[in-house]
Design a protein around this ligand. Structure first.
Ligand code: ARG
Length: 461
């Protein structure tokens, strides 16, 4: 049996299995540096408001700093007797500085304390993820810049539709990352609000200064309502939503890479540094990185779902259920960061596009059929009529094992007198792509402008 960290109301020790069940120290030790920083701000505020003396505050702040050092040196590893990181720090502080350590928890509760810690943690991780997203965009942009004139089939229903500049395809993922960045920045604003000083739920009888601690910790402002402050996990759910969407984006590209690396597509080869082999089939080279990213997407969605369900039936204010928010957040953060890192390496050096295969895929194909219809429409044939006519031509070609480019000028003109010799140029893949010069289209001029604009956004960061 363990000694109790809480009050004299308790006579018996906790059952050891219950102590283990209850404890969060196994995972919330990860918050220790934020807990120390939050406590230092609290101590400073207690002195500023005259609740403790400046000398006492100084002792507390130094003691907390010493714990930080011990932790960094690997000398501080509390066990489950501490229950959680907050009790562990307070206990160690009292060992280090004596009775004055017992003053730290004046005008504070673990409820506002843990809320403060988790927000400081998440704010810092969001900043790291934002950097990683920028690096991710940079890598995609570098690749896109070298593939403006490389063509790739564009698909709808996974059927070849119209050819694209490969850069245009990659830029679509740069745009997704841009929205991810925007979303995270907005969420950061709502993460960055201070619950400290809300107390257990109702505020405190001491003349504390919540604006001061908020300012010391870099928060935008204190929560306006103490009950809301200790019960709110909206910011964590919002973060898990944003993390889920980042994973959706990485997972969709992963799926494409897996397809492209198959013998059926063979649009890319994977470099040895980013692929794995089989234990039995010597010929195999497997795309484990994108497969893992696609698979790990499920866990992040799971954490989002878990936290939504945890919250939906919780009466105000703090309930121990909230302790479950931490592992969900930690694992989502770790997963997103690891996936961003791996995918950035994969797109930086792991994916080698195969220009011949890509060229053949856009050449030996009917992806220029729309352009034949557009050709007639631009000569005054109503589009729907032109569309039906080209459908017939495609059918005839399929029956004869030909492509549109194989038709003779006589054959074209027999179909419709509006066809002239320039039809061949108009249906050549490069021209098919170049011609789609509407704003946001795959035309090379549009793509070059989009690349330059994306570069500018990166440089602004
Ligand atoms: N370990 C707890 C958590 O993670 C800290 C807050 C505990 N508060 C309480 N009243 N039991 O949520």
């Amino acid at each position: 049996a363990q000694p109790q960290p809480w009050s004299q109301r308790f006579e018996q020790a906790l059952h050891p299995a219950i102590a283990r069940f209850n404890a969060s120290i196994g995972f919330d030790i990860r918050l220790i540096e934020y807990d120390l920083t939050g406590s230092q701000a609290h101590a400073k505020m207690l002195a500023k408001t005259g609740i403790i003396s400046p000398a006492e505050a100084e002792t507390l702040i130094q003691g907390l700093e010493q714990i930080r050092q011990e932790y960094r040196d690997g000398q501080f590893s509390p066990g489950i007797e501490a229950e959680d990181v907050h009790f562990a720090v307070e206990r160690r502080l009292t060992e280090l500085v004596g009775d004055v350590g017992k003053k730290l928890h004046t005008a504070r509760s673990r409820n506002d304390q843990v809320g403060t810690d988790i927000r400081l943690y998440l704010r810092s991780e969001i900043d790291q993820i934002l950097q990683q997203l920028r690096q991710w965009q940079r890598t995609l942009l570098d690749l896109a810049e070298s593939h403006v004139e490389t063509l790739i089939p564009g698909y709808t229903h996974l059927q070849r539709a119209q050819p694209l500049s490969l850069a245009h395809h990659l830029l679509a993922y740069v745009e997704m990352a841009e929205r991810d960045i925007e979303r995270l920045r907005q969420i950061r604003e709502r993460v960055n609000v201070s619950p400290l000083g809300a107390g257990a739920l109702a505020g405190t009888t001491f003349p504390i200064d919540r604006h001061y601690t908020a300012e010391l910790l870099g928060f935008r402002e204190p929560y306006r309502n103490s009950l809301d402050a200790v019960s709110d996990r909206d910011f964590a759910i919002e973060f898990l939503c944003a993390a889920s969407l980042i994973m959706v984006h990485l997972s969709r590209l992963s799926e494409e890479i897996i397809l492209w690396a198959s013998e059926e597509f063979a649009f890319i080869k994977l470099s040895d540094s980013c692929a794995t082999g089989s234990s039995i089939m010597p010929q195999k080279k497997n795309p484990d990185v994108p497969e893992l990213v696609r698979g790990k997407t499920g866990r992040v969605f799971g954490h989002l779902q878990a936290l939504l369900v945890i919250m939906k039936g919780l009466p105000l204010a703090y309930n121990k259920d909230l302790q479950e928010d931490k592992e969900a957040l930690f694992d989502a953060v770790d997963t997103v960061r690891a996936c961003l890192e791996a995918m950035t390496i994969l797109m930086g050096e792991g994916v080698v596009f195969q220009p011949e295969r890509l060229a053949a895929a856009v050449d030996q194909d009917f992806a220029n059929a729309t352009d034949v219809a557009d050709y007639l429409a631009s000569k005054g044939v109503p589009f729907r009529e032109a569309y039906h006519l080209v459908g017939q031509v495609v059918k005839t070609c399929l029956a004869q094992g030909k492509f549109l480019k194989d038709l003779s000028l006589e054959e074209w003109q027999a179909l419709h007198p509006a066809f002239a010799a320039d039809i061949y140029e108009r249906i050549a893949p490069q021209q098919v792509v170049a011609a789609r010069n509407s704003y946001g289209g795959t035309g090379f001029d549009q793509v070059r402008q989009a690349l330059a604009a994306a570069r500018d956004r990166l440089n602004d960061f």
